[in-house]
Design a binder for this molecule. Structure first.
Ligand SMILES: Cc1ncc(C[n+]2csc(CCOP(=O)(O)OP(=O)(O)O)c2C)c(N)n1
Ligand code: SF4
Ligand SMILES: [Mg+2]
Length: 301
């Protein structure tokens, strides 16, 4: 399915579904993503959210920050709850979108079993994983997707020693109806991928990198610059997978025309969490990026 005409700031709906003022930290990547993403979903949707910064940001009824119904569940059961809510909607004859929206800890670690089952069954839900690359809500503990070398409160001296999970690749191995990677720094790209996901039957998975100022050790005004640097260095690629076929999208697709990308070191040096990262670790990361992008250039030339 081809993407329809792109949304811009000029034609993005002015209707707001998120009330002014919420409990996210200033500069939170998730809050940018949430406000814009919800515009693509529209009013007829139900969120299923496990414990995370999003639960805190949305707040509790009757002073919730969002106008749509939210079901807060347990960590392990997000995709199973969404499956049940969708079945109930079907039974009622309603086309309501059911959207599971969870963090990286809730997706790559604790909720992965229920998500894997829902993927295998091809449940007709949207699953969004916002990846701030640690358990932020409880004080920056390392998660499955925390990158190697990153300082967290549970990897406080020399950073995480293991390589982070490539969660989109794990999801892709389940052959979902639609998979897209997105960034909070390109919220309209996320908006349009979500619009597209709404038209597709089956499980749609969107994986979004969301910079987190306190967890990454950056100033609040650097959030957008950080997400862009992740894309421009080739560390975080924006793509879609449909019918098993991967296509780079938007800003990542445009990078194909460049002879070389920004050095990975630039991205690492912008963040306190990588201050223990050794030259060898940075060089290994650069080598991985170079190899992946050589593969893209071969494939898409
Ligand atoms: C079973 C269970 N274990 C631990 C917690 C405590 N807890 C609440 S939020 C959270 C962090 C979630 O991390 P992530 O999914 O990455 O979302 P983020 O906080 O980064 O937004 C944890 C560990 C919990 N509520 N339930
Ligand atoms: S800790 Fe990070 S993800 Fe959580 S609300 Fe603050 S900026 Fe957002
Ligand atoms: Mg997280």
């Amino acid at each position: 399915m081809k993407m329809a005409a792109k949304t811009t700031v000029l034609n993005l709906t002015e209707e707001e579904f998120v009330h002014p003022g919420n409990r996210a930290c200033s500069g939170c990547g998730l809050s940018i993503l949430y406000r814009i993403g919800v515009k693509a979903l529209g009013r007829d949707c139900i969120f299923v959210v496990p414990p995370s910064c999003l639960t805190v940001m949305q707040g509790l009824y009757p002073i919730a920050a969002t106008q749509m119904p939210v079901l807060n569940g347990t960590f392990a059961s997000t995709a199973a709850i969404a499956t049940g809510v969708k079945a109930a909607m079907r039974r009622l004859g309603r086309a309501t979108q059911v959207v599971a929206w969870a963090g990286d800890g809730g997706t790559s670690d604790i909720g992965i079993q229920a998500l894997s089952g829902a993927l295998e069954r091809g449940e007709d839900i949207i699953y969004i994983c916002y990846d701030n690359e640690a358990y932020m809500n409880t004080g920056v503990q390392r998660s499955g997707t925390t990158p190697q070398g990153s300082l967290t409160t549970t990897t406080p001296f020399s950073g995480k020693s293991e390589v982070g999970k490539n969660l989109p690749a794990i999801i892709a191995a389940h052959n979902p109806a639609y998979l897209a990677t997105c960034s909070a720094s390109y919220p309209l790209d996320f908006h349009d991928k979500l619009l597209k996901a709404k038209q597709i039957k089956g499980l749609k998975y969107l994986h979004v990198q969301t910079p987190c100022p306190p967890g990454w050790g950056i100033e609040e005004h650097m959030t957008v610059a950080l997400g862009r640097a992740a894309v421009e260095t080739g560390l975080f690629d924006l793509y879609e997978i449909e019918d098993g076929c991967l296509q780079l999208t938007g800003p990542s697709q445009q990078l194909l025309g460049k002879a070389c990308l920004r050095p990975v070191r630039e991205y690492l040096e912008m963040q306190v969490r990588f201050k223990a990262c050794s030259d060898e670790q940075a060089a290994a990361l650069q080598a991985q990026v170079d190899q992946r992008w050589a593969g893209y250039r071969d494939k898409f030339k």
